[in-house]
Design a binder for this molecule. Structure first.
Ligand SMILES: *Cc1c(COP(=O)(O)O)cnc(C)c1O
Length: 462
């Protein structure tokens, strides 16, 4: 990796003033930013961000679950540079394509499961899930069953922030402000920790997993299978708090989808591209999804690109029975974004990163993460691959959480941020999703800083 560019530290106040006056931030209370202006991130290398005052932050979130190959990868920079000179834009609407769009679709067919042979391109995960909904409905229409419309999702799922994708998601706070479109229903999430807190006692993990899966079958029976089109889920819920389902859950869900003949959609936007220690969460849980939305790690976040991998049986139905698929985005298959995604996947293959994660760095991360479970504040540690979560609780033994209003997760997150560690809070769950290239010595630094910040949090709330 080349040298970091020199930092000009004189501009922080200028940027903060501009930002405060003109930038409306996503998922942020604007009033909070007036009280405390944002930190300006100016450059990055590897797993470290540098702010406009020259501080180095250890980024254990890989940006927003996306910078899987870390910052400063020159292959990706050069791929963008080369492509933007040769052909900065052309579309795929006019019976045309571009070399990067064609090559990326072939490469994706190679790295995803064998029955997923076609890619529809989008610019984000949210758009990918809008496309999922269009494809699900289109499929049942061409199959002569247009009354199959309902998509079953899960409470606390995250599928994006457009109206369709947030409706597919199960975030109550988003539904309160954005509403929810028809024909989407939500069932229980396989969140063993939350369930034990709700009950205030222990609970058989595998039995609970089967029950959570059964809630899908119950919903299908309630609505009538002739009305139900699909079930959508993240293999491991990311933004909902890194919720790793019990082992019993996915085998049961697979059986239910097969039994009722509904489509299975595996949202791989955060699980995909190595995060679980496999190329996709679909391999980790041995799933056979009909549709597989992807984004984030597809380009390691260097440029915005997403897509939906489409199973052969759906493609065949569209080819044999359909007319035009009346759906697409100006930037579907954008050549520069596609060129960067190709460079990213090739880099992953060349460096054997998924294998390194699975066999070496992820086991080390998971082992050290569990040491944090000895901290008095931590009620549960969970994680798979390069996903991890620490649940902060008031009373470990009795599964008693803090009051929501106390904002303990946010307090801890703020301590982390002040101490140059990026860890995210989802409620009182502290979340990590580091770049896949994170090294053992960097994991050690993370554990040390995390423990310090847990201590600071404990003192602050005492
Ligand atoms: C981030 C995310 C999305 C939304 O992707 P955007 O690129 O932010 O639109 C969808 N699904 C999952 C599982 C995600 O983690």
């Amino acid at each position: 990796m080349s040298q970091a560019t020199a930092i000009d530290t004189g501009n922080t106040e200028k940027w903060q003033a501009q930002d405060g006056a003109h930038h409306l931030h996503p998922f942020t209370n604007p009033n909070d930013l007036l009280q405390k202006p944002p930190r300006i991130i100016e450059s990055a290398r590897g797993v470290y961000l540098t702010d406009s005052d020259g501080n180095q932050l250890l980024d254990m979130m890989a940006g927003l679950w996306c910078v899987n190959m870390g910052y400063g990868q020159q292959d990706l920079v050069e791929a963008a540079h080369k492509q933007i000179q040769q052909l900065p834009y052309y579309n795929a609407f006019f019976k045309t394509s571009t070399p990067p769009a064609a090559e990326l679709s072939a490469l994706l067919a190679e790295v995803t499961p064998a029955h997923l042979d076609h890619a529809f391109f989008t610019s984000s995960g949210s758009e990918a899930n809008d496309t999922v909904l269009r494809l699900v409905w289109r499929y049942w229409e061409v199959m002569g069953k247009p009354e199959k419309r309902v998509v079953i999702s899960r409470k606390n799922a995250y599928h994006g922030s457009t109206i369709a994708s947030s409706s597919l998601g199960g975030m109550e706070e988003m539904h309160k402000q954005g509403g929810i479109i028809p024909d989407i229903v939500h069932v229980e999430q396989p969140n063993w920790f939350a369930k034990r807190c709700e009950l205030g006692k222990d609970l058989d993990r595998e039995e609970f997993g089967r029950q959570a899966a059964q809630s899908i079958a119950d919903k299908i029976e309630e609505l009538g299978v002739d009305k139900v089109a699909a079930f959508i889920a993240e293999p491991i819920q990311g933004a909902g708090g890194v919720i790793v389902p019990p082992e019993s859950y996915w085998p049961e869900v697979k059986k239910i989808c097969e039994h009722y003949g509904i489509l299975l959609v595996a949202d791989e936007v955060s699980c995909g591209f190595g995060r679980t220690g496999e190329w996709f969460g679909t391999y980790y849980y041995d799933l056979k999804p009909d549709l597989m939305p992807i984004a984030k790690g597809l380009s390691s976040g260097y440029l915005p690109i997403g897509g939906v991998m489409v199973a052969d049986r759906i493609m065949d139905a569209l080819i044999n029975q359909g007319g035009e698929f009346n759906h697409g985005y100006t930037y579907s298959g954008h050549p520069v974004c596609a060129a960067v995604a190709i460079a990213n996947i090739k880099l992953m293959q060349r460096d054997n990163i998924v294998q390194t994660v699975r066999d070496s760095t992820a086991p080390y991360l998971q082992k050290r993460l569990r040491e944090l479970g000895e901290h008095p504040l931590v009620g549960e540690v969970r994680g798979v691959g390069m996903f991890g979560a620490l649940e902060l609780v008031r009373d470990k033994a009795n599964y008693i959480r803090f009051d929501k209003d106390q904002g303990v997760g946010t307090i801890c997150r703020d301590f982390c941020f002040e101490n140059n560690l990026v860890m995210r809070a989802v409620g009182d769950a502290m979340i990590i999703s580091p770049p896949l290239i994170v090294q053992p010595d960097e994991i050690d630094i993370f554990i040390e800083r995390a423990w310090q910040c847990l201590d600071l949090t404990q003192k602050a709330i005492a």
